[in-house]
Design a binder for this molecule. Structure first.
Ligand SMILES: [Zn+2]
Length: 433
């Protein structure tokens, strides 16, 4: 996996934990939790998404592969101990302490479920998503998708299957390979500028971009600690112009990079809550991470502003006809209404009701995925399973939460304030309701 282009920005190293609170009742427990997550990572290479706590803890975990049943016992004991600790019931931070406790307990129960899975336990798609991500995706019927497909069909005239016509339509919107880095860097700068207008970020935060191949995902943010991220973009498949801003917002600003930076600053450094220095991928934290990253696109670039920015800046940079920006985003808005078709395909496939080929067929027919992308998505189902719900259900839950908290004030300032508060606190998916 060799990066083709890399734009390197080096961050400034800082001490990793701030002043520890004088008497943190969770300190010992939090350390046990971090070490347990790292130990599970020895059995599951995808499990630890980020870790920037003491390096010796990682070394310790790497030195011994603790048997799964022993880890399950440690998790059970840890969860029992967590319930005995009392937290402040009043005061300005009472809510945050309550969130911390619930979060730790729920993260631990997800860890236990993942350990069960690693030991061979089989869960249905919905059981798994509830156990790991604290949420269950709603069900949608073919009929619901069919009505959207009908509208789409009228807008994409021609012969042959609709997915083929859609692919043909999209061909004019591929970013040429030699323009990719320029377009992507411009998109990231724009997302960062908009985010910085509303979110106070450490001056030294930074990221590196790499272009990679051979992955089941289209982009990935690997948070490194010290306010730095490595953002990888997969160039296996053609990259359409909408992906530039989507990936820049989702992986960078105000998405994953900002989320991790704010957790590091407010929880790990300011409060010394060490449990947030580790991020287990198969846990409720991922629904918040993906949901905020996806909703973040809309916050940074509301639809009309986005179309204008694409038309005036990104389309010309990518040598794509700017006059077609609105038409392109109108079609995409329709296709986005098919997003839950992806969950249906994953649910049927992982529950053993359809095979890989039928899952790709379903994605082609109901989610408008061109064949190669449909096949890439089935590989994603194999690797990440019910994780798929975190993107669309996560976005919908986060959006509803932020809107409700904004209490009828739709101003950007208010929306960003509520959004940033969510990014800086340990809230669970079930707590978004
Ligand atoms: Zn993501």
């Amino acid at each position: 996996m060799k990066p083709l282009i890399a734009a390197v920005v080096i961050g400034v190293g800082l001490a990793f934990v701030g002043e520890q609170a004088p008497a943190d009742p969770f300190r010992v427990l939090a350390e046990r939790y971090v070490k347990l997550v790292l130990a599970v990572g020895q059995h599951d290479p995808d499990y630890v998404d980020a870790y920037y706590g003491p390096p010796e803890w990682r070394k310790e975990a790497e030195g011994t592969k603790v048997p799964l049943p022993d880890l399950a016992k440690r998790a059970k004991d840890l969860l029992a101990d967590a319930t005995t600790i009392s937290t402040p019931a009043t005061g300005k931070d009472a809510e945050l302490w309550a969130l911390r406790r619930q979060y730790l307990e729920r993260q631990l129960s997800a860890l236990r479920a993942r350990l069960d899975m690693l030991q061979g336990k089989r869960l249905t798609f919905d059981e798994e998503s509830r156990a790991l991500y604290d949420a269950v995706a709603p069900r949608h019927t073919e009929a619901e998708f069919e009505s959207i497909l009908k509208t789409l069909s009228a807008k994409l005239p021609g012969d042959g299957p609709l997915s083929g016509r859609y692919e043909q339509f999209k061909r004019a919107f591929i970013i040429p390979r030699d323009r990719l880095d320029g377009v992507f860097q411009t998109a990231i700068r724009a997302c960062r500028d908009r985010t910085r207008t509303y979110v106070d970020l450490p001056a030294e935060e930074s990221f590196t971009v790499e272009y990679v191949t051979g992955k089941s995902w289209s982009g990935y943010n690997w948070y490194q600690g010290n306010y730095r991220s490595l953002i990888q973009v997969n160039t296996d498949l053609p990259i359409y112009i909408d992906r530039a801003l989507d990936l820049a917002c989702h992986e960078g600003y105000p998405g994953h990079h900002v989320y991790n930076v704010l957790l590091e600053r407010h929880l790990v450094r300011d409060r010394g809550w060490i449990e947030f220095s580790v991020y287990p991928l198969f846990s409720p934290q991922s629904l918040i991470a993906e949901g905020t990253a996806n909703y973040g696109i809309e916050i940074a670039f509301p639809r009309p502003e986005r179309v204008a920015f694409e038309r005036d800046v990104l389309f010309p940079l990518a040598t794509i006809d700017p006059a077609r920006a609105k038409e392109y985003y109108d079609i995409l808005a329709l296709v986005e209404r098919l997003t839950y078709a992806g969950n249906e395909a994953a649910r049927r496939y992982l529950d053993g009701k359809i095979d890989a080929k039928s899952a790709a067929d379903w994605l082609e027919r109901y989610a408008m995925s061109p064949r190669p992308q449909a096949e890439q998505r089935v590989k994603f189902f194999d690797q990440y399973r019910s994780y798929v719900i975190n993107y669309n259900l996560g976005k919908d839950l986060v959006k509803a939460f932020v809107t409700r908290r904004s209490k009828g004030d739709p101003s950007p300032r208010r929306t960003w304030t509520e959004f940033t508060a969510l990014l800086s606190s340990p809230r669970l998916p079930s707590g978004l309701k």
